[in-house]
Design a binder for this molecule. Structure first.
Ligand code: G16
Ligand code: MG
Length: 215
């Protein structure tokens, strides 16, 4: 039986990828280059500093000091937070609130396991904070996905055994993290990119509790 469901935030509960993309693009443009939406796919689930490294690589920019990189990441985050501060509950992805509520109604614990340091701001804007028993985010982990730390801490916070947790993830690194943590996985997106997941669906609007018991 399932004790807990742990949800990634970006790409599962809400689509903030478009805001990350706009903010990173603005930073790249100030540095004199551009990158595509296709390249942006590679940034999903990747931490802020690791994303910056990838982007600087695309622009062929070398030799920046750690201090300069930190300033760039901070600037990007300012532009990003300006956008997420305007988010409303209308931006919750289809079925997300309903599915989390159905877990709670069935006495299944719920947590967020996200790489984002802006997790609480986003949950508050979406008015979803009360629906989660625990929130593990980029501020509470040292090792980014695909390391299982974020999900293991989530399971611990919920007092659940990893084998009885289901993780919902849109990024390959996140699916790998959950598997490394000994958890079951539901991929949100396409079966081509999330091949390692136990099941793949297009969104939480396509998931039922009955489906989960058969994983
Ligand atoms: C998210 C996004 C990533 C982002 C990361 C860190 O991960 O998918 O694109 O770089 O968080 O975000 P921040 O700069 O807000 O700390 P997740 O794990 O929620 O999909
Ligand atoms: Mg994600």
């Amino acid at each position: 039986n399932i004790q807990a469901c742990i949800f990634d935030l970006d790409g599962v509960i809400v689509d903030t990828a478009v805001y990350h993309y706009k903010a990173w693009k603005r930073l790249a443009n100030t540095l004199g280059f551009d990158f595509t939406e296709h390249q942006n796919e590679q940034l999903k689930g990747v931490s802020r500093m690791a994303s910056l490294e990838l982007i600087l690589g695309w622009g062929g920019i070398n030799g920046k000091t750690e201090e300069e990189k930190l300033a760039m990441a901070t600037q990007k985050n300012e532009w990003y937070t300006e956008m997420i501060n305007k988010m409303t509950p209308a931006e919750i992805l289809p079925g997300a609130r309903e599915f989390v509520e159905s877990c709670r109604a069935a006495a299944i614990k719920t947590a967020i396991g996200s790489a984002s340091k802006n997790t609480l701001t986003i949950l508050n804007k979406l008015e979803l904070t009360p629906l989660f028993d625990a929130v593990i985010d980029g501020n509470s982990v040292n090792k980014p996905k695909p390391d299982p730390e974020v999900f293991i801490k989530g399971a611990e916070a919920l007092n659940a055994r990893p084998s009885q947790c289901i993780v919902f993830e849109d990024a390959m690194a996140g699916i790998e993290a959950a598997i490394a943590g000994g958890m079951k996985t539901v991929g949100i997106g396409s079966a081509d990119t999330l091949a390692l997941a136990d099941v793949v669906v297009t969104g939480l609007d396509k998931v039922t509790l009955e489906m989960l018991t058969s994983i």
